[in-house]
Write a protein that binds this ligand. Sequence first.
Ligand SMILES: [Zn+2]
Length: 288
Amino acid sequence: MFWFLLRLIKRDFRWGIDGSLFKNDRNYFHYRAENIPFRFAVSSAKYAIQKSNYGDVSIEIFHDPKHHQNISHLIKSIQKTLAYCENNFGKYPYQTIRFAEISSFTRGFAATAYPATIYINEKQFHLNLTGGEGQDVINELAGHELSHQWWGNAQLKPVYRQGSGVLTETLAQYTQLMLYKNEYGEAKMLEMVEVYREMYESSKAFSGEEALYSADPDNANVIYNKGLVKMYELYLLIGEAKINAALRALLEGHRFPLGPATTRDLLEELRKVSGVEQYGEVERIFKL
Ligand SMILES: [Zn+2]
């Protein structure tokens, strides 16, 4: 399905095909990209493809034919995520969203997002959701990874520097949390917050207790775990509507190819929506 995936990617990014060649039992392709935000990836496998859509956005799930069990749930989660993000942050920027299963020989992540394409490790892809742990991993994955199509590394492209991980991972964690709340309610959301709080507390002796505002972008414990907990505090303080208005404004001012955003820009947008009395608290959430 190598050629097929590339042919589909071409629609979004206006690739120019310079020619293909069949030689020594192999297909060779030469593509020239014109409008890719800054990174892309290619996967090759004997994929089955299940298609659906959200409005004019085509949804395509590239998967091992044996791993079909969670696909309809995944598609529903994708549709809900697209609806939430489009309603709150702006139009999805591509024609297609693809989720592709990849081998668990690829270590180090559960899923990762590229513009218009999200890769999911097969371990996550066909998890038994009725296994009794009470966690909807597919919902979390779709919420987190798909929201990256709005934040870093897609529309928002922070420069690698202190605090930049907040504009990538913490904002994706926040979106995941809101989607989880909308699906399962406040009590389940609080359970999720406690899971992340525990993960942060148990690792902070190693990671340090950096403030989000200036966190090392590689400090995963801070930008993912502390990040989710702090965004929950922000949610309690100013509410979802104001946070989303600030994030939408941040994106409008810094959407690729406009200039990159920093956590200072994020705080400035939060200042505009939160009012003088609350802003001191907002700052403390990000700077402590
Ligand atoms: Zn992420």
